[in-house]
Write a protein that binds this ligand. Structure first.
Ligand SMILES: Nc1ncnc2c1ncn2[C@@H]1O[C@H](COP(=O)(O)OP(=O)(O)OP(=O)(O)O)[C@@H](O)[C@H]1O
Ligand SMILES: [Mg+2]
Length: 416
């Protein structure tokens, strides 16, 4: 067996196509955001009120658009740059990013905000309202202003109570402060008209004027985005020119894709990984269109496998599967507990106007999905309460599968 030193040495010296792979991770925020300059400009126009006179009003902006259109990246890029700019002018403005699929009730959102700000505020046993009051006091004491982005706010809106929604979305109608230290960027998937109804009921129509829509990317736009990443992530000349073009064509909104930049970057990443592996085996020296094809074919294949199996299932078994996929997608975890699946299942049934199956039946449906090899389960000892079941899924990309599942569900319901 080789010595540990040798193992490490050979891994470090291994030839690779990547200079910096982390540039291709979904959470990486690039220095430039091609084709989102106008969006940044529009957000800045709303925040002019802040730079003119910090604290006079609470600025609120809504970013809305489909998956992977740069909403999160734009909010973060704007928030960081604008806070730096204000700090240079002697105004203590801080940027905080909260993802509502992880913190989805007011108390945990306020806790997240104060943690990110590093404020020494005790939170044990405090209600959301009490925490907000404490937070405002601290901000006053530090003479600090904040931009809070509430990302994927649809999760919060769906799961919170009317009073919770009121507290968060009409913050300064609840807390009548003279100096408005909190500013909000709300981010949500969907279409401006879809979000209108939801927001209207909570905030009145006023907020609708502050909506900035994000459009799916065209192939040409995706080429610019991908080219930037290629330059930062790979050694020069390692990625064939046609690679970027073919990925852009696969994913571009105008060329039959869904205009999702995350997906485009993920394909580039996977193609790079595949080439990297082949490079180590001496089978290639660069990233080619063949690598792109292989990656896309693999992704489709596992998807086709799953879909092939689910067409034969009864509607409620598919709804349970959707609940599993949706819950995994929302939480970003690899396994989720049964309770979460049932909650999500009921939510889906309610949306569709379907009568949900009883608890034991849902459990049996999950076990059937397992028997068919569509999902995997594991059990864990949960203190005195005995064993509990966790469910995971590995075969296909979740967002793609969700889209397909929705289509199958629609068809099944029509065929009844
Ligand atoms: N204009 C752009 N320039 C460079 N990279 C971009 C651009 N738009 C999006 N990206 C990248 O694409 C990925 C997806 O973008 P982002 O997460 O901002 O999308 P989103 O609209 O928030 O999607 P979702 O609705 O799924 O949350 C990220 O890695 C982001 O850095
Ligand atoms: Mg996002």
């Amino acid at each position: 067996m080789p010595e540990i030193d040798e193992l490490i040495e050979s891994e470090i010296r291994r030839p690779t196509v990547f200079i910096d792979e982390s540039v291709l991770y979904p959470e990486y925020v690039p220095k430039r955001l091609p084709h989102r300059e106008n969006h940044v400009r529009k957000i800045a126009a709303f925040f002019k009120a802040f730079s003119d006179s910090p604290g006079r009003t609470s600025v609120r902006v809504v970013l809305v658009g489909p998956v992977g259109t740069g909403k999160t990246a734009t909010a973060i890029a704007f928030g960081r740059a604008f806070s730096r700019m204000m700090q240079r002018r002697g105004v203590l403005l801080r940027y905080v990013h909260v993802n509502c699929s992880k913190s989805s009730n007011p108390a945990s959102i306020f806790r997240d905000i104060k943690n990110q700000l590093g404020l020494p505020l005790p939170d044990r046993g405090l209600s959301a309202r009490e925490m907000a009051v404490g937070l405002l006091k601290m901000l006053e004491r530090e003479n600090m202003y904040v931009i809070v982005t509430l990302d994927e706010i649809e999760y919060f809106i769906k799961s919170s109570s009317p009073s919770g929604r009121f507290l968060l979305l009409r913050f300064y109608d609840v807390f009548k402060e003279d100096v408005k230290r909190m500013n909000f960027i709300y981010v949500t998937r969907g279409s401006p008209t879809g979000i209108q109804a939801v927001l209207d009921s909570i905030t009145g129509s006023y907020l609708m004027e502050n909506v900035i829509p994000f459009q799916p990317y065209t192939a040409a736009e995706l080429m610019d985005i991908l080219n930037d990443r290629v330059k930062e992530a790979f050694y020069e000349g390692v990625v064939d020119e046609e690679v970027v073009e073919s990925i852009a064509r696969l994913t571009g909104y105008d060329t039959g894709g869904d205009g999702n930049a995350r997906k485009a970057i993920a394909i580039l990443h996977a193609a790079g990984k595949l080439a990297d592996k082949e490079l180590a085996e001496g089978r290639t020296s660069r990233v080619t269109v063949d690598h792109v094809r292989a990656v896309v074919a693999q992704e489709y294949q596992s998807l086709i496998d799953v879909l092939d199996k689910i067409y034969h299932l009864e509607l409620h078994e598919i709804l349970v599967l959707k609940a599993i996929i949706l819950a995994l997608h929302r939480t970003g975890e690899s396994f989720i507990p049964m309770g979460e699946i049932e909650r999500t299942y009921r939510e889906i049934c309610e949306e569709l106007g379907e009568e949900p199956r009883k608890h034991t039946r849902v459990y049996m449906l999950v076990m059937d999905l397992k028997r068919r090899g569509i999902i995997i389960t594991k059990t864990s000892m949960k203190g005195r309460r005995g064993r509990s079941t966790y469910v995971g899924f590995a075969a296909a990309p979740l967002d793609r599968l969700l889209e397909k599942l929705n289509k199958v569900i629609e068809e099944k319901r029509l065929m009844r």
